[in-house]
Design a protein around this ligand. Structure first.
Ligand code: NAD
Length: 473
């Protein structure tokens, strides 16, 4: 098929690469000229595991073109995907649709007969109707369809999520458009049983309801983690104990510093606003948002109380800056309010992220010193704060790191090191009752692994985390 993808960010670029790999001709459009130039030179503007290799493949590359000329790209395409950003509007939290409407401006006269415009961007209910109205008012004669096709990929596992999705949602009551989109996804090897065909408005709402539910799960387990800390219980076992119930499930039950990222916070906010607009208040989501804001704010207090003294003049190594591991996305990352609060409290901040030091410069306080490795950041620090669950932090042998204080402190906001054997001499504070001196190995509990189908068979596991968790949002 001939496909156009408008917007070559995390979603657009991954979608385009996957469609090209499946044999389709894809024109990628972006208004960011420097991004297009970089892509034309073979440079990948984002960090997403597997994407560079996919785009380096000769067969994929020859099927991809990069342009800022939307009209030319759309005029030859059977399907045009809109994959531009829909951030929260700063003034009121509604989804800002200005990029979407800018993307369709001028497209009406470029569309070829029978074209399908599929919205991959996350847009509020009724946006497809509005897009259709705008295009039809300019081309009343033209046969075209506007469909909704929300994207559920996660940064960090985007290619796998795109090629092996839990489901593909196609929102169109037009049989031809639905069949065309179904055929496209079938060409990626996705079975019909994974495709949900529905109307456009339901499809638009599915995306928000899904993200609202995931945000709720995270906010819930974070509150339970706080309760564990006060009640002297352990969140790892509590999360496992509830997650083993198939009605609940293990995913998104990992406690942390609050959810961030480019999707959950802004989609939860937009869902709450949609509830207001339709006079169907989303009280649970409103509470989830308030809970998450409070959680993020409380992280600097957690550092201060774990340190048990003034933070002024203390050197803090902040490890991990992105909103989660395996991405360079800094949007709404929890490291941002945390870094600002720590600097305001008088800390000297040394920061390190495996892939996002450069991106972080624009959003963290200017006084932050960026380090080339975790080892550099930790060297001479009084306090080590782990803010993102990058795997490489698990490999650090903290015993060999020079630090100023006799009993240096690790505050692990992701419970990444709860089973780490290399922390001798450090005081360790995790989330949800996972505080200990690292030499203490007496945290053995007996739980049944979720994957262990043998009734009565039990595995020994030291208590810390849910036995199986998804990457945190
Ligand atoms: P992004 O900000 O990374 O990329 C958007 C791209 O669109 C940018 O390159 C921008 O220059 C380009 N753009 C803006 N206006 C344009 C226009 N008029 N014409 C052409 N290009 C234009 O965004 P993203 O993270 O890829 O998200 C895109 C959409 O997908 C959003 O609605 C988001 O909510 C949704 N989504 C994102 C993810 C994710 O993990 N990032 C997952 C699922 C869904």
């Amino acid at each position: 098929m001939q496909i156009a993808v408008i917007g070559t960010g995390y979603v657009g670029l991954v979608s385009a690469a996957c469609f090209a790999q499946a044999g389709h001709q894809v024109s990628c459009v972006d208004t960011d000229i420097s991004k297009i130039s970089r892509l034309e030179r073979g440079e990948i503007p984002i960090y997403e595991p597997g994407l560079a290799d996919m785009l380096a493949n000769r067969n994929v590359r020859k099927r991809l073109t990069f342009t800022h000329d939307a009209t030319a790209a759309v005029s030859k395409s059977e399907i045009t995907f809109i994959a531009v950003g829909t951030p929260a509007r700063p003034s009121d939290g509604h989804a800002d649709l200005s990029q979407v409407y800018a993307a369709i401006e001028g497209l009406a006269f470029a569309l070829r007969p029978g074209a399908v415009i599929a919205t991959k961007s996350t847009v509020p209910v009724g946006t497809g109707d509005e897009i259709e109205h705008l295009l039809r008012s300019q081309r009343p004669d033209l046969d075209f369809e506007v469909a909704s096709n929300p994207e559920f990929l996660r940064a960090g596992s985007a290619i796998d999520d795109f090629l092996r999705p839990d489901r593909v949602v196609i929102g169109s009551e037009n049989e031809r458009a639905a069949a065309l989109l179904t055929r496209l996804y079938r060409s990626l090897g996705i079975g019909r049983e994974r495709m949900l065909l529905t109307d456009r408005r339901s499809s638009e709402l599915i995306k928000y309801a899904a993200n609202g539910f995931l945000a709720t799960k995270i906010a819930f387990i974070n509150e339970v983690a706080s309760l564990c800390e006060k009640a002297n219980a352990r969140i790892g076992d509590v999360a496992t104990g509830i997650g083993l119930d198939h009605r609940i499930g293990m995913q998104y039950l990992k406690p942390g510093p609050g959810f961030g990222g480019s999707c959950l916070p802004k989609d939860a906010r937009a869902l709450a606003k949609m509830g207001e607009d339709f006079e169907a208040p989303m009280r649970i989501i409103e509470t989830v948002l308030a809970s998450n804001e409070a959680r993020k704010r409380s992280m600097a207090r957690k550092v201060a109380s774990a340190h048990d003294g003034s933070l002024r003049g203390k050197t803090v190594a902040l490890l991990g800056l992105t909103f989660k591991a395996e991405t360079d996305d800094m949007r709404d990352a929890v490291s941002i309010p945390l870094a600002h609060a720590l600097v305001e409290a008088g800390c000297i901040l040394k920061a390190y992220d495996p892939v996002a030091n450069d991106r972080a410069r624009g959003v963290l306080p200017p006084s932050v010193r960026y380090c080339g490795s975790a080892r550099d950041a930790v060297d001479d620090a009084h306090i080590i704060v782990i803010a993102t669950e990058w795997n490489e932090f698990r490999q650090i042998d903290f015993r060999h790191l020079k630090t100023r204080t006799k009993l240096p402190l690790i505050i692990d906001l992701r419970n990444l090191l709860t089973e780490h054997d290399l922390l001798n001499g450090f005081r360790y504070v995790g989330i949800g009752g996972n505080s200990r001196y690292a030499a203490n190995k007496s945290l053995a509990v007996s739980v049944r692994a979720p994957s262990d189908a043998t009734p009565g068979r039990r595995i020994e596991r030291r208590s810390s985390q849910p036995a199986a968790v998804s990457p945190a949002e």
